[in-house]
Design a protein around this ligand. Structure first.
Ligand code: SAM
Length: 269
C-alpha cells in the first residue's frame, strides 16, 4: 500500500478509516449474530444484493457465500480497501457516499443497510432514492441502533460524523418506509455495541499489518496514540443499547410475485 495512503491516514481524523485500520470494520450492535438472523431467513441464490456502507465487506462475503451477486457502496477509502483485502472484488464496490450515488440501471432484490443510517444527515431522503433502485418485489433490510440508547458524548460523536440523535429511531424510519409503500416488520432487541479496548501494542500491530509496514516510525506512532485516545473517549466501554431490525417489503410483493419465503423472527438473542 502506498506511503501516501499511510500519511493521509496519519494526518486525517476519519472515524471509519480509523476503524478499518484498527481492524474494527464490522461494527454494529448484535454483531454477526444479528446479521445471520436475517441472512438465514432467505434463499440468496442468484439475488442481486446491495450493501450500503458495506464497511470491511463481512456481510458481502457472507452473502456471496450464500450465492448472491453482491454490490457495495462505501464512503471510507480505507474501509473500501479492507473490503477488497477481505476478498470482495474491487468492481463490486463503489467508493462513494450513498448521497452522491445516482440511481443506477441495475436494480436490486435486496438492499441491506447495517449501522449506517445514523451517520447520514438525511436518512429519509436516502431511503427515498434507494426505493427506486429496488426491483418490484424488492426488500430493504435495516439494522441499526435505537439512537437515544447510546451513551455517547454528543459533541465528540458529532465531531466523528455521527448524526444518531433522533433521526434514526426505528419508529420514525418504519413510518417513513410505510409512507413509501412498504410493508415493514420490526424486531427490537437488547444488544451490546462492541467496545474499543485496543492496547497500544495491538494497535501498532494492526497498523503494520494494514499498511504492510516492517516497522513503525515516530510520526506514525504519535498518530496512533492520538487516534487511540480519541476513539477511546467515545468507544471506551461496551455500550448497552437497543438495536432494531426493520424488514421493508415492497408492496408489489403482496400482489403475487414474491419469491422469498415467509419469515419468523425469534425474540431476543
Ligand atoms: C458502523 S459502520 C458499519 C459497517 C458495516 N455496514 C457493518 O455493519 O459492519 C458504518 C459504515 O458506513 C459507512 N458510511 C458512513 N456514511 C456513509 C455514507 N454517507 N455513504 C456510504 N457509506 C457510509 C462508513 O464508512 C462505515 O463503513
Amino acid at each position: 500500500m502506498g506511503s501516501d495512503i499511510l500519511s493521509g491516514w496519519c494526518n486525517n481524523d476519519y472515524y471509519f478509516d480509523d476503524l478499518a485500520v484498527f481492524g474494527l470494520g464490522f461494527f454494529h450492535p448484535g454483531g454477526i449474530q444479528r446479521t445471520k438472523k436475517f441472512l438465514l431467513m432467505y434463499d440468496w441464490e442468484n439475488l442481486d444484493v446491495l450493501d450500503v456502507g458495506c464497511g470491511n465487506g463481512t456481510t458481502l462475503a457472507l452473502l456471496e457465500h450464500y450465492g448472491a451477486r453482491v454490490y457495495g457502496i462505501e464512503s471510507s477509502r480505507l474501509m473500501y480497501l479492507a473490503a477488497i483485502n477481505n476478498g470482495i472484488e474491487r468492481e463490486r464496490i463503489a467508493l462513494e457516499k450513498i448521497e452522491n450515488v445516482s440511481p443506477e440501471a441495475r436494480k436490486f432484490d435486496f438492499i441491506v443497510i447495517e449501522g449506517v443510517l445514523g451517520f447520514i444527515e438525511d436518512p429519509c431522503s436516502v431511503l427515498n432514492r434507494l426505493k427506486s433502485s429496488l426491483k418490484q418485489n424488492g426488500h430493504i433490510i435495516i439494522l441499526d441502533w435505537e439512537p437515544h440508547q447510546r451513551r455517547l458524548n454528543l459533541q465528540e460523536a458529532k465531531n466523528y460524523g455521527f448524526y444518531v440523535y433522533g433521526k434514526t429511531k426505528s419508529k420514525y424510519i418504519k413510518k417513513h418506509l410505510e409512507g413509501l409503500g412498504f410493508n415493514v416488520s420490526e424486531n427490537i432487541e437488547d444488544s451490546i455495541a462492541r467496545s474499543f479496548t485496543l492496547s497500544k501494542d495491538a494497535a501498532e500491530l494492526r497498523v503494520k499489518s494494514f499498511f504492510g509496514l516492517q516497522r513503525i516510525n515516530n510520526n506514525v506512532r504519535q498518530s496512533i496514540n492520538r487516534k487511540l485516545a480519541k476513539m477511546k473517549k467515545i468507544l471506551s466501554e461496551d455500550i448497552a443499547c437497543k438495536s432494531y431490525l426493520l424488514i421493508a417489503e415492497s408492496v408489489y410483493a403482496q400482489q403475487g410475485a414474491a419469491p422469498s419465503p415467509p419469515f419468523v423472527l425469534s425474540g431476543t438473542s
